[in-house]
Design a protein around this ligand. Sequence first.
Ligand SMILES: Nc1ncnc2c1ncn2[C@@H]1O[C@H](COP(=O)(O)OP(=O)(O)OP(=O)(O)O)[C@@H](O)[C@H]1O
Length: 286
Amino acid sequence: MLAWVTATKASIAVGSEVWVEDPDVAWIDGEVLEIKGDEIKIKSSSGKTVTAKVSMTHPKDPEAAPCGVDDMTKLAYLHEPGVLQNLKSRYDMNEIYTYTGSILIAVNPFRRLPHLYDSHMMEQYKGAPLGELNPHPFAVADSAYRQMINEGISQSILVSGESGAGKTESTKMLMRYLAYMGGRAVASEGRTVEQQVLQSNPVLEAFGNAKTVRNNNSSRFGKFVELQFDKSGKISGAAIRTYLLERSRVCQVSDPERNYHCFYMICAAPPETYIVNINEKKLHAS
Ligand SMILES: Nc1ncnc2c1ncn2[C@@H]1O[C@H](COP(=O)(O)OP(=O)(O)OP(=O)(O)O)[C@@H](O)[C@H]1O
């Protein structure tokens, strides 16, 4: 950390381009006009003159590609404004995925992008080394699948981020790809394991997801999804463990948030639906 601060200060001089923290838009860029002690005067790209502490500024790469880079380890400066600028440049071109080495960063597009997830895309990522094609959750899933087959050891994919960032959607993409790779063409009886795994999502979401101020479909529980594969790489079983369900939501919901989806589904369902279901339950119980 200390070494990095020293390097940052050393690369800031009059005439160089810098990023300076801004309370409204997080970071603004500009050219250094003057440095006096630990104070720096900058002419921002919007024409404003700003004074800031040297410690609050970061050098800007004047040669950074305007369309960004697909792997942020290629950036000259891997600091917050550099990373955010790169993600923004890509997002403006509808590129929502970016690598940082083998980590995939997803920026929520808040709109459907079906062309990114169709079966043609899955076919393209099959066996392609990580980094060869555009950053994508399918590439991460493919890499995990290949390593499991080649090395014969279990693999994990960790999906993390703040509420509404897109973890649930990304996890569904990963599961869809793994089900595609490890799927069996014909079910031995009824539905295949991968069909059952994918079809469990709406059920889990009905009982564990609710509308919050940040996300209309917020998961109010943690989930550990385990897909088991046989020696030939086909899915042989699956287990989903859930934990830390926000139970207080059942009896206490603050406006404008809502209770779990299942309650609204029951109210919206036509009466014959739940009569049939209740009868089915009685049949199983007897
Ligand atoms: N890749 C995507 N394509 C299209 N829409 C997306 C994508 N990722 C997220 N979204 C949208 O953003 C919403 C929130 O995403 P998601 O539920 O995955 O967030 P989350 O990180 O799981 O949040 P929480 O922690 O609250 O459960 C989704 O319901 C969807 O509308």
